[in-house]
Design a protein around this ligand. Structure first.
Ligand code: C2E
Ligand code: CA
Ligand code: CA
Ligand code: CA
Length: 279
């Protein structure tokens, strides 16, 4: 048994070493990518039922030479673990504000909101409020058009501190949205303490919607009433089909995001999309 144990340990050591090496390589590559400006934002329309665009979500991509366009799912977790999410997140914030400023110049985009994803670690930085204020000031973007998407996992930690930071952000004029709603830690008790403008109903609920046995229908219905009761907007994410859209409309939903309307698009393609969908 001893021998086997050793073989086991040796195996895990080699495996752990490989994972550590890959991790360091990815970290180095990400840091370089930030210096070389290899990241870009894509923009997914947020629309009314008729397709009129009311906003967008900025989603990061990594244009890695020799690898093509890399999905955030394969580098955001590593960036979060290594801390690189902090400079990366600040870049996203600044780039989004520059985009808002650019959108002011065209009637098709001038009044759109732009949502960015803020990771928990980023939110907890001492100077996060200052970063947001500064990005807004430098770009002269309208704070009311910037929306910060936070996830429910944020609410698992020091809630008093989270509420204070959220209130300070809301005081800057920016809007606050809870992303992937329904999948995490939210409790009704929390909700009434948070200065929220929007919740985004997670796409996992939307996916099961037309499966009539599904409890998800009850959840999707309830989340809308919750929004009405607490006074925040409720957006349905991951809408992929006409049937899902129709059903959500019947339930009373008015704001949508998903492949049915459009995938995330590079900036100029997004702007063209808006030109084509004016009223
Ligand atoms: P998320 O914030 O929940 O973003 C929605 C994801 O769903 C996006 O994936 C989007 O492309 C995808 N999606 C949109 N419509 C549909 C649909 O109809 N069906 C399906 N199946 N998927 C749809 P993406 O762009 O790969 O981003 C994945 C995740 O990476 C995001 O999930 C977010 O958690 C994270 N992420 C993306 N950009 C950033 C960023 O700038 N900062 C941080 N911290 N995280 C980011
Ligand atoms: Ca999001
Ligand atoms: Ca989401
Ligand atoms: Ca998600």
């Amino acid at each position: 048994a001893k021998r086997d144990d050793h073989a086991h340990i040796a195996f895990y050591d080699a495996r752990a070493e490989q994972i550590a090496r890959e991790y360091i390589e990815l970290h180095t590559a990400l840091r370089q990518a930030l210096d070389e400006q290899e990241f870009q934002l894509h923009y997914q329309p947020q629309t009314l039922a008729d397709g009129q665009v009311v906003g967008a979500e900025a989603l990061i991509r990594w244009q890695r030479p020799g690898h093509g366009l890399i999905s955030p799912l394969s580098f955001i977790p590593a960036a979060e673990r290594s801390g690189l999410i902090l400079p990366l997140g600040e870049w996203v914030l600044q780039e989004a504000c520059r985009t808002l400023q650019r959108w002011h110049k065209s009637p098709a985009t001038a009044s759109l909101t732009l949502s960015i994803n803020v990771s928990t670690r980023q939110f907890h930085q001492d100077d996060f409020i200052h970063q947001v204020a500064q990005a807004l000031q430098l770009s002269q973007a309208n704070p009311r058009q910037l929306k910060l998407e936070l996830t429910e996992s944020l609410l698992a930690e020091d809630l008093d501190k989270v509420v204070d930071t959220m209130k300070a952000l809301a005081n800057l004029g920016v809007q606050i949205s809870l992303d992937d709603f329904g999948t995490g830690y939210s409790s009704l008790q929390y909700l009434q303490r948070l200065p929220l403008h929007q919740i985004k109903v997670d796409q996992s609920f939307i996916r099961e919607l037309l499966n009539k046995n599904s409890k998800d229908t009850a959840i999707v219905r309830t989340l809308l009433s919750l929004g009405e009761a607490f006074g925040f907007a409720v957006l349905a994410e991951g809408v992929e089909t006409r049937e899902q859209l129709n059903y959500l409309c019947q339930l009373g939903y008015t704001e949508f995001q998903g492949y049915y309307f459009s995938p995330p698009l590079p900036l100029t393609q997004f702007e063209t999309y808006c030109q084509r969908h004016i009223d």
